[in-house]
Ligand binder design. Sequence first.
Ligand code: FAD
Length: 489
Amino acid sequence: MSAIASSTRVLVIGGGPAGATASTLLARNGFDVTLIEKEIFPRYHIGETLLVSVQPIINLLGAREKADAMQFQKKAGVLWQWGGEEWTFDWTKLNCDFTSSFHVKRERFDEMLLRHAQSQGVKVHEGVSISEIHFKGDRPVSADWHEEGSGEAGRIEFDYLIDTSGRAGIMANKYLKSRRFLKAFQNVAVWAYWKGGKRPETGFEGPLTLVSVPDGWIWYIPIEEDVHSVGLVCHSEAFKESKTKESVEELYQRNLAASPLIADLLKPADKVSAMYVERDYSYSSDRLAGPGYFLSGDAGCFIDPLLSSGVHLAMHSGTMAAACLASVMRGEVSEERATRFYHKCYRAHFVRWAVMVSTFYDVNNKKETAFWRAQTLSKEDLQGAEWTDLKPAFSTLMSGLIDMRDAQDSDLLSQTKSRLDTVLQQIRDNHPAPNDRFYRNGEEKFDWGRRPENAIDGLYCTYEPKLGLVDTGPTERAFAAVESSPAAE
Ligand SMILES: Cc1cc2nc3c(=O)[nH]c(=O)nc-3n(C[C@H](O)[C@H](O)[C@H](O)COP(=O)(O)OP(=O)(O)OC[C@H]3O[C@@H](n4cnc5c(N)ncnc54)[C@H](O)[C@@H]3O)c2cc1C
């Protein structure tokens, strides 16, 4: 291991997509960044199918050539067999610059991003854990590390901390005690890898297939030429109950067999791995940023995997954290304003995904099984959601909604859309003066949200040509000046 410095401007804990993204962007903007990662990469991780929004972030990172050289499986859309109906999202028809994404083996994808971070000047240390964080008042100022293999240990001081430690969530779990679980989505995922499975006929390349079954739903992901990741998501109560009468493998196989489509796709295939089991409970931290710190990716919040938003949220929040910190460190915006802005944005995006997931689950709510009964967001789940801040500063990253708009012809989609409107109406009734233009304006374009009207507390993010926050200023004149500037600097 190369020596870990005794101090750094920015410490990033965790080298997954959130940490690699935030650290790369800061290093590319000239800041001193140290990233400490517990594992030695490549390391296994679930989360294999990516949204379109990951593509422009890869470009921002300057990692396009490296990503393309990996030859990941192209993903051009999604096939849903859901609540007795079938429809597709064909991303090749998206009205934006990016019309496909990747299915990936995460060990390859994450390693590519981490090595890229290193190549951009991030000081990366693998096989090293952060065990303690020390504070001055509310502000984290240093951290204790230890290397698993050698037993070597030390302390590193920093000006700013980005916690991207994933589900471990060292800040939220150990210090802030701020992680709150959503009652609605307390699910368990069970999955394995299959060789020789068929691809469904959709007319576009590499579809992700999502199928509802009585006990929950199934993902069918072509992660490599001949290998599929096939998972079942079911409610934790049903999982617990099933364990009293059948093995995990039996629960899994019974549900795969319950879908004629999945059973047919897997007919020529062999299961080539052991079973993997993981709780995928959804949660969010009550605080996503504070004095000197930001929580990004799963360290901040995690939403049910139905809409494959995890890596998107990790890379998107990593990008936002880097933009906020870059402006703070250049003295353009106060830390207090930047952290408040970050918290509001990230929290609003999380809640928006939660509402969307709930809406999709709701299509199936007539099903009388524990899973389908349980997947409804309660008011309690949404408590603290700042709906007045649902401005679309980053809406362009939510390619899931662009897909929905693109495929509006489908009956089910219109039903889903109107259900979304109903849910939003209910929330509006309880939260005054929301701005939900995002859901209503069909004209959203993929333009990095460089728009003053999307500002939150007078701020919005810009990524090009310089990463940072734009302050729209207190006057109408300042507002207009920013609007007319093509670079929106
Ligand atoms: C069942 C399931 C299915 C999913 N499917 C999808 C999907 O299809 N698509 C999708 O986009 N997302 C999916 N997700 C979500 C996705 O896996 C995560 O959202 C994503 O990995 C988050 O990235 P991250 O960088 O925040 O965290 P991670 O990728 O978890 O990275 C965190 C890193 O921090 C390191 N770390 C932890 N503690 C410490 C410490 N103390 N010191 C140093 N390092 C530390 C860890 O070793 C790890 O490498 C799924 C999740 C589940 C549970």
